[in-house]
Every structure is written in structure tokens, then in C-alpha cells.
Design a protein around this ligand. Structure first.
Ligand code: GDD
Ligand code: MN
Length: 367
């Protein structure tokens, strides 16, 4: 009889698929999250340069500038650089108009061609003066709490801290937000161990001397997703903290947008460590254990769900074996539970992202 073997195998795979992340989460929440930071927090007021890349952000750019203007931080210690890549929706006109009516000082760089966010960030970095202590990258469609820079400053008092990223919220309350809170908890817990691999484009602050020495992580599709790993493999702490909040609008739509995000996460997991080793700058730290599990969760775990489900399907088709079909039906009807559904959909993005990386070999950026 093959069905009982298939069924057992399916249950083992599904047990692993759900068991590994659950165990990791419970340990992160009840153990790591309760640890102290082990960082020398001190009064500190570094010079910040904030870089905002824009492409077709006419709808939201004034709100973004207004939000930056509300930062509770000495203006002589804050530079702002906007870099626009030939938006065709009047973004630049909006920016110029806004600056006529408002006091906030900033520099605007205009690229004559759109070569992507990463390229734009590199161009903007060239304008960062060496008196800058910390560079903060931020997406145009994201908004900070007024104390964001002030709170970030104290972590950078410790020279072990290489990067600081915000915890993420949505501008509207939703179940996705509750779900995201679990991720925030995991990222903060990982940060207390040493570092978290994934950083958030809405608020990503990096020590400028690291950028001057090592540059941005250069691998295909690189962006915020692998930034934490990049900094951590250089031997610095790359942390997400709970006292800096960045909000972004919830976008229900956009399957491909989510797949693209999964693609960049996967690309970063397969490249960052190799990059550090190739450059000869790789340092092994406590981060290694976080990285291994996160690698598993993003790269391997989604496929285990797929394999387990296929085996369940096959053993129900082989018939006679009722339990396989019942388990499959329970799994499907549980999709009515939103948290479970978000998880399953997330796995499908990771599978699609993996396939797309494999087929296309690079990340395609549609907006
Ligand atoms: N200058 C410039 N040039 N800016 C760009 C370009 C470009 O070619 N393409 C996108 N941007 C800007 C956008 O205007 C925005 O400020 C930021 O880059 C992020 O782009 P979004 O369109 O908001 O993308 P998202 O919401 O899906 O972004 C998330 O995923 C990305 C990776 O897939 C965020 O986490 C990003 O930080 C991340 O890079
Ligand atoms: Mn965005």
C-alpha cells in the first residue's frame, strides 16, 4: 500500500512547514525579545542625510516633504536629498512648488533617465558630504513618527551599530497590520541577538563611514531587503527597533509587486554572504544562526508546503484513503481564516518569486 506512506510523508512535511516557523516565532517572542539590547545607548546627535528616491510620486510627495519637515531634530544637523529619475507625472514640478511655499531645505537631483531605485540611491550618495554621520534612505510613500531621527540617533552612539531600520505599520488599521506586528516582533527579537537580515525601505539608516568604505550591496536586484545581512556580515549590528515607526499605505492589489519583493528577498539571501566573502570582509557573528533560519524560511520552507500539499492531493486521488482528502479539505477551508490565508499567500509569492528569479535571472521593476 503506497497511500499510507504518501500520507505519512505529507504529514511530516506539513508538520515541518508549520512547525519550524512557529517554533522560531515562539522562541523569538518568549526568549530573544525579552533580552536587553546590549548596546551603549547614549545621548548623541549625529549629522543625518536623508535620501528620498522618487519615481512618479506626484500624488504623495508633498505629504512626504511635510512629514520630513515635522522631524524633531536640529535643522543644521539634517540634510535632505531628493533624487528623481525623470518622472512623467509632474513630481518635480510639485517638489519645486512645495519648496517655494515651505521652509524645509533640500537638494534635488534629476536623473535624465530611469535606471531604477538602486541606481538613483548611488547617484544621491555621491552628494553626501563626509560630515554626514548617518545616511537614511526612505521611500517616498512612507511616513515617520516625529521622533524617528532623534530615536535613531541614540543607537548610533554605539559604534558596533551599523544600521537601524524602523518597525512598520500601515496608515490604515487592518488585519494585515496585526500580522505584520508578528514580523516586527521577530525582526526586533533577531536584532537583540545580533542583527536582522531584512530592512525596510521606508526607514533605513546606515552609518556613513561603512557606506564610504564598502558602498551599497552590489548584487542583482539589491535593495532594502538584504541590507541587514549586508551590514551584519561586515561585522556590525543591523537592527530593527520598536521606537521608530514608519507607516506606509496598504496596497491590496499588486500580485506582481509582492512577487517582486519576494524576488529581491530571495536574491539577497543567495548573494549577500557570497559578496562579503568575495570581498574578503565577511565576519562570522551570532547573526549566523538567525540568517540560517531565515534562509530556510524564505528559500526552502515554501516548497515543503507545496510538496506536502501535492502528496496529500495524490494520496486522496489514489482513493480509498479518506483521511488524506479530509486533511486537504480542512487545509482548504482554513483559508477562511485571514491570518492563515495571508501566510499561505505569502508562501505562494516566495514560490513564484523563486521561479521567476530562476526563469528570468533578474528582478524586473514595474511600478
Ligand atoms: N529615483 C528613482 N528612480 N526612484 C525610484 C525608482 C527609480 O527608477 N523606482 C522606484 N523609485 C522609488 C519610489 O518612488 C519609492 O520612493 C521607492 O523607490 C520605492 O518604490 P515603490 O514603488 O514605493 O515600491 P514598493 O512600495 O513596492 O517598495 C518596496 O519594495 C521595494 C523592493 O521591491 C519597498 O520596501 C522598497 O524600499 C523596496 O526597494
Ligand atoms: Mn512603496
Amino acid at each position: 500500500m503506497i497511500e499510507p506512506i504518501l500520507l505519512t510523508l505529507a504529514l511530516v512535511l506539513l508538520g515541518v512547514h508549520f512547525g519550524v516557523p512557529l517554533t522560531y516565532y515562539v522562541n523569538a517572542k518568549w526568549n530573544w525579545l525579552k533580552r536587553p539590547w546590549d548596546i551603549d545607548l547614549d545621548n548623541n546627535s549625529p549629522n543625518f542625510t536623508v535620501i528620498v528616491p522618487t519615481y512618479n510620486e506626484a500624488e504623495i510627495i508633498e505629504k512626504k516633504l511635510g512629514n520630513l519637515g515635522k522631524q524633531d531634530y536640529p535643522s543644521e544637523k539634517l540634510n535632505i536629498v531628493l533624487v528623481d529619475s525623470s518622472s512623467n507625472d509632474g513630481t518635480v514640478r510639485k517638489i519645486e512648488k512645495w519648496s517655494e511655499d515651505n521652509e524645509l531645505d533640500f537638494e534635488l537631483i534629476e536623473e535624465s533617465k530611469r535606471l531604477g531605485k538602486f541606481h538613483a540611491l548611488k547617484i544621491a550618495l555621491k552628494k553626501v558630504s563626509s560630515s554626514t554621520d548617518v545616511v537614511v534612505f526612505t521611500d517616498a510613500d512612507s511616513f515617520w513618527s516625529p521622533d524617528a531621527l532623534k530615536n535613531a540617533a541614540k543607537y548610533f552612539a554605539d559604534s558596533e551599530v551599523g544600521s537601524v531600520t524602523a518597525s512598520m505599520k500601515y496608515t490604515e488599521h487592518s488585519l494585515e497590520e496585526d500580522y505584520r506586528d508578528h514580523f516586527n516582533e521577530i525582526r526586533i527579537a533577531e536584532s537583540k541577538v545580533h542583527s536582522t537580515p531584512i530592512h525596510n525601505g521606508p526607514f533605513l539608516a546606515v552609518r556613513n563611514d561603512i557606506l564610504e568604505e564598502h558602498g551599497l550591496p552590489e548584487y542583482p536586484g539589491s535593495d532594502d531587503s538584504g541590507f541587514g545581512s549586508y551590514i551584519a556580515f561586515l561585522g556590525y549590528r543591523a537592527i530593527q527597533v520598536d521606537d521608530i515607526i514608519a507607516k506606509e499605505p496598504l496596497k491590496e492589489k499588486g500580485f506582481w509587486r509582492k512577487v517582486r519583493r519576494a524576488q529581491t528577498i530571495l536574491t539577497s539571501f543567495s548573494n549577500v554572504k557570497k559578496l562579503a566573502e568575495k570581498k574578503g570582509v565577511y565576519k562570522s557573528t551570532e547573526f549566523e544562526k538567525v540568517w540560517k533560519v531565515e534562509w530556510w524560511l524564505n528559500f526552502v520552507n515554501p516548497w515543503i508546503l507545496l510538496a506536502g500539499t501535492c502528496l496529500l492531493g495524490i494520496s486522496s486521488l489514489l482513493g480509498g484513503f479518506f483521511s488524506a482528502l479530509i486533511i486537504l479539505l480542512i487545509g482548504l477551508s482554513a483559508l477562511a481564516l485571514k491570518e492563515y490565508r495571508i501566510w499561505i499567500v505569502q508562501q505562494s509569492y516566495l514560490i513564484a518569486g523563486c521561479l521567476r528569479n530562476w526563469l528570468k535571472g533578474k528582478v524586473v521593476w514595474e511600478k
